[in-house]
Design a protein around this ligand. Structure first.
Ligand code: SD4
Length: 318
């Protein structure tokens, strides 16, 4: 059995390419890296890689991580600037014995030394978003901007090897140096090939409070189905946050176990995700949390068309 699951509609082109590789018996690490790179390289996704939205100083700082579920090797970069594919740098770092998570300048030095491709990641379109946002901002509370999302994936290859990976520009208008959950093991991602893996998107500051990805894997290890595990983690932690802090940030999780069974849950409206397995063509779903149960519905063609149209619509400066 092979399979791959990812947060948000934007991942579907990537997981389609990855599924071709997995079908041919290729490695889970290669497939997930390919899938994430597709999202990083597409300029119209304003939350990952090239075209990602900048911080409050109009600088694009990116976070990414990679984990191998066979060896527990993990590598991550945080607040890295001007490199084309943060995921590849994260994967490269996962091969090191120490120095697995590098931030800012240190990450850039490493990437440069290793010959990774440099690129100015700030697009003209992202600049317009930035300028418009400055005009719009009245209260300065930053939140996961609508459509501003992390790509997080879990992948299983035909040999049973599992991987998990994330890539994001983090929160729009974040402070310089701010790091979210995405490059943090256990929060933004976690995977164990003997069990399964999970990945998160939403408000990093809250996701990190619950180590949510690890928690899903832990529950799957106790025998819980990925769907149940995702629902339990989101529902329980959402309640816990509301009890202690009066509110809970956006929280969405995707997971797959080592049999290729998958699960998804969310505490927001309109969470989309993409999945492909040996038994299922690449498919985009929308999910809704109805009284703690998440119902998944295949996205309509109309929804899919509209998604691309709005992503690529002409953007005017306010
Ligand atoms: C972060 N979790 O940096 C990311 C952002 C995100 O939907 O996923 N937004 O906090």
């Amino acid at each position: 059995m092979w399979g791959i699951i990812a947060t948000w509609r934007m991942a579907v082109e990537g997981i389609t390419k990855a599924s071709e590789m997995l079908k041919n018996g290729e490695d889970s690490g290669d497939a997930i890296e390919k899938a994430i790179k597709e999202v990083e390289d597409f300029p119209y996704y304003k939350s990952v890689g090239f075209g990602g939205l900048p911080n409050e100083e109009m600088i694009v700082e990116l976070d990414a991580a990679y984990m191998d579920g066979d060896t527990f090797d993990l590598g991550a970069v945080a607040a890295i600037k001007d490199f084309k594919n943060p995921i590849s740098i994260a994967r490269r770092l996962s091969k090191e014995k120490v120095n697995n998570l590098l931030v800012g300048e240190g990450a850039e030095k490493f990437a440069s030394k290793e010959g990774f491709e440099r690129k100015n990641m700030l697009t003209d379109r992202a600049k317009i978003h930035y300028k418009n946002r400055l005009k719009e901002i009245k209260d300065l509370e930053i939140k996961p901007y609508s459509g501003h999302d992390t790509v997080g994936m879990v992948c299983l290859d035909a040999n049973g090897k599992m991987t998990s990976a994330t890539s994001t520009s983090g929160l729009f208008m974040k402070k310089s140096g701010r790091v979210g959950d995405s490059p943090i093991s256990g929060s933004g991602f976690y995977v164990d090939s003997e069990v399964g893996g999970a990945s998160a998107t939403g408000l990093g500051e809250d996701l990190m409070k619950g180590c949510v990805s690890y928690e899903v894997v832990r529950l799957m290890k106790e025998g819980m189905h990925p769907q149940k595990a995702c629902e339990k983690v989101v529902n329980d932690f959402d309640l816990e946050l509301k009890k202690r802090r009066k509110k809970a940030g956006d929280m969405s999780l995707v997971a797959m176990n080592n049999k290729g069974e998958w699960g998804v849950s969310t505490n927001i409206e309109g969470f989309s995700f993409a999945v492909a397995t040996e038994n299922e063509e690449p498919t985009v779903y929308l999910t809704k949390n109805i009284n703690g149960k998440c119902m998944h519905e295949v996205a309509s063609n109309e929804w899919l068309d509209n998604y691309m149209k709005t992503r690529m619509a002409k953007l005017v400066e306010l």
